[in-house]
Design a protein around this ligand. Sequence first.
Ligand SMILES: [Zn+2]
Length: 253
Amino acid sequence: MRILAIHAHPDDIEFLMGGTLALLAPAHELTLATFTNGDCGSATHTREEIGRIRPAEAAAAAAMLGARYVCLMQHDLELEFRDGLRRETAELLRRTAPDVVMTASPQDYMADHEMASALVRDACFNAPVPLYDTRRPDAAPPLAKVPCLLYADPIELTDHLGRPVEPMFAVDVSAAMETKTALLACHASQREWLRKHHGIDAYIETMKQWSAARGARIGTAYAEGFRQHLGHSFPRDNVLAALLGDKVRKLWP
Ligand SMILES: [Zn+2]
């Protein structure tokens, strides 16, 4: 299968879906993408410098999974639901032609994440529409069908009001934690930045705490939660359960 994981910033994918992607990587064709180049993610570098450093870190993490990395080169804190970016996101989907798309939670702690989620949801619906024109000279053909769309957990596993977000299912990633940790460690520039801005001292430890909290929900050491978009025209079968078997534990509905 072809799987596209796309989130707002470099390192979001690794935090929230890295373990699941590590489990899928050996048998499937993965593309990892970020909307932004992470160019507000530093207290020491210039925007230009950090905007070059972070895509390189994300590309290194993707390479560790044998995956392709694409950066849409948007700027941090500037993601908007606008026509040009809607078409660009649909073009990425057409070029990737994924069976499964994994993206940001519709409810999350900051606007770039929620905007990324909305843009990806929109593109999943639009990319198969034959008359939807991405206005690129080298445009890829429309998708054959709407892909399966999965939303990852939000940051800290809560929405912007601090309410817990209950996943529809969780993937036991205990066996993939070494790889997940190594993927996140590719983002060396962020350990220092997060300590200064968010007050998070231990970058890796935070990821492990969230993964452990999800693991506790399903009785495993570590897990990652997902919700599936089940609206009109979207596939409703649980593709990850078919791919990962008993590592996927259904919680609701
Ligand atoms: Zn982010």
